[in-house]
Design a binder for this molecule. Structure first.
Ligand code: ADP
Length: 544
């Protein structure tokens, strides 16, 4: 027997409809690429997104067609998202930090018909234009700021100006594709994750839960995490759904610029990868600044360094929500909350727990398995490959489906995350490594994340990355690569002395090398593949 409730399809157009109807006056504030701050409302975005829909329809975009964006977080990027998704087109966020060849490959694989981009990315669009079959390029700019260009790009404002704001949104199945995002593909070709309206809506509802990000209409939310990094972690949906104000930081993501917005807009919630927070904290420490309005920061994409956790929680009174996820998981997997069983535990115990990647919300299942696929106990000690299931987890990659919708899964429907983890008795998951970054020494794993965390506690260290280097006897040994804070000085011997006692003896790096800047990948994480290549090419030399 089926239930007898309304068949209210979970399509994302309803999110912006709701925002316009119920929270129409809530603000969306953007720092535009010219540096000026522009303010608008959900009601205005709703109207203009419908104009975008009509401009797309006029171009011939129909259900299932792919519309690409190369954009910073901005109100016009948001309009493009909802304008495309509302008519059942697939909004494909392109990562502008990728190499032009890789970008061209992705645009072709996705068959983007239209690409909407920020002026900053004109050189990139021009570099790929003759390698791809994009029919229309649209520049996010006002008419008087339109750059001269060689690719026939039109001005966004002129493109939508004459369009009506009346359009039929929704009216398709909730399993219709809504968004497309390629993983950065540090190994092999990039793979496309094709989100559905339903999966993004469910993800949004999970993210809004109090023990997840928890957003209210009273919040002012600054997603530093770009909209091209796994859906801005759901915030481009959860913002309008809750009625919270959104502050869109545009192109300037350095510590001083992020601080300025957090302060001037009285931001209460923000989200970014650890490298952004390291930059912000450095700026605040150097200038004796405080953050009286900020209540919580979501930190994910790579592990939260203990130094960052303590600075926010203890020095600034800001709660850290350590999040683990993947593009393939829409992206939320776990959130580092204190489990009920430890709610009265001493601060240090609670902080140690928060340093772990956390608890899955209802809607995500986790398990860890050994090399034979046998499930390992949840004892906080055993560690193995982390497998997931859930309502917003990939089934097959775009154009890699075999007709089953589960080509990326094992026989029991589990997706292998490529991470190595343990799960403790509270159900809290801790990542020890990515499978491809694991350091295996004498048959035992050394957690590069724990090593980096310990090194980051040293006051002279701005960033740290541990990689495995070949060793004749132990297979691999750890090498610690350090980027010093500006003006700081520290030697290899001092770092080793500092680590002594904080890590197991046999984890002590064989060498510590100093480098001007640790290379970052396309989503702002330490690029360990690049570091391993640099090591192999003899570019990482030991010098104090
Ligand atoms: P990309 O590597 O292209 O940025 P994702 O954002 O999907 O793609 O990366 C997902 C991976 O990032 C996870 O599988 C995991 O290895 C790592 N990761 C994400 N969040 C965390 C975290 N909080 N702690 C440790 N690793 C993390």
């Amino acid at each position: 027997m089926l239930g007898l409730m309304q068949d209210w399809q979970l399509t994302l157009d309803k999110v912006l409809d709701h925002a316009a109807r119920v929270h129409g006056g809530s603000e969306v504030i953007t720092r535009r690429t010219d540096g000026k701050v522009y303010r608008t409302t959900y009601a205005a975005i709703h109207r203009r997104a419908r104009q975008v829909s009509n401009a797309l329809l006029r171009h011939g975009i129909r259900l299932g067609d792919r519309v690409g964006t190369l954009g910073w977080n901005s109100e016009r990027h948001l309009e493009t998202w909802y304008g495309a998704m509302g008519i059942g087109a697939v909004l494909h966020t392109l990562n502008p930090r990728l190499h032009p060849d890789q970008l061209a490959w992705i645009i072709n694989h996705a068959e983007n018909r239209v690409v909407v981009f920020d002026t900053t990315f004109l050189p990139l669009a021009e570099a790929v234009a003759d390698k791809v079959k994009v029919e229309k390029w649209v520049v996010i700019a006002d008419p008087d700021q339109m750059p001269a260009n060689a690719i026939g790009a039109v001005c966004y404002e002129e493109w939508i100006a004459g369009e009506s704001a009346e359009v039929a949104w929704g009216q398709f199945d909730e399993r219709t594709a809504a968004g497309l995002c390629y993983t950065s593909g540090t190994t092999g070709d990039p793979k496309g994750v094709l989100y559905s309206h339903r999966s993004n809506m469910l993800e949004m509802l999970m993210a809004m839960g109090t023990d997840c990000i928890g957003i209210s209409a009273h919040d002012v939310v600054l997603p530093v995490v770009p909209m091209f990094h796994a859906n801005a972690w759901g915030l481009a949906f959860a913002g309008p759904a809750s009625g919270a104000s959104l502050v869109m930081p545009g192109a300037q993501l350095d510590g001083p610029s992020v601080y300025e917005l957090l302060d001037s807009e009285k931001v209460t919630i923000s989200a970014a990868v650890p490298t952004v927070w390291l930059g912000l904290l450095q700026h605040m420490e150097a200038n004796g600044l405080k953050l009286p309005h900020l209540k919580k920061v979501v930190i994910g994409g790579s592990a939260v360094p203990e130094r960052v956790l303590r600075a926010f929680e203890v020095d600034y009174g800001v709660e850290v929500y350590h999040a683990w996820g993947m593009t393939e998981m829409s992206p939320m997997g776990t959130i580092g909350r204190v489990p009920a069983g430890l709610k009265d535990a001493p601060l240090d115990v609670q902080l140690a727990q928060k340093l772990k990647q956390g608890l899955p919300p209802c809607g995500v299942e986790l398990k860890i398995v050994d090399e034979h696929g046998t499930e390992l106990p949840r004892d906080g000690e055993s560690s193995g490959r982390l497998l997931v299931k859930g309502m917003a987890v990939v089934g097959s990659y775009f154009r890699h489906d075999d007709g089953t919708g589960r080509a990326a899964l094992d026989a029991d429907g589990w997706f292998d995350t490529g991470d190595v983890a343990s799960i403790d008795q509270y159900g809290t998951m801790k990542i020890t490594d990515r499978t491809k970054d694991v350091i295996k020494s004498g048959g035992e794993w050394i957690s590069s994340i724990d090593l980096e965390n310990a090194a980051l506690l040293h006051p002279a260290v701005a960033n740290a990355a541990a990689i495995g280097i070949p060793h004749p006897k132990w297979d691999e040994r750890p090498l610690l690569v350090i980027e010093k804070k500006p003006g700081a000085s520290v030697s290899e011997a001092e770092i080793k002395a500092f680590l002594d006692g904080k890590i197991a003896k046999w984890w002590m790096p064989d060498a510590v090398v100093f480098i001007d800047a640790i290379p970052l990948g396309a989503t702002g994480k330490n690029n360990k593949l690049k570091l391993r290549e640099m090591y192999a090419a003899g570019e990482l030399t030991v010098a104090a």
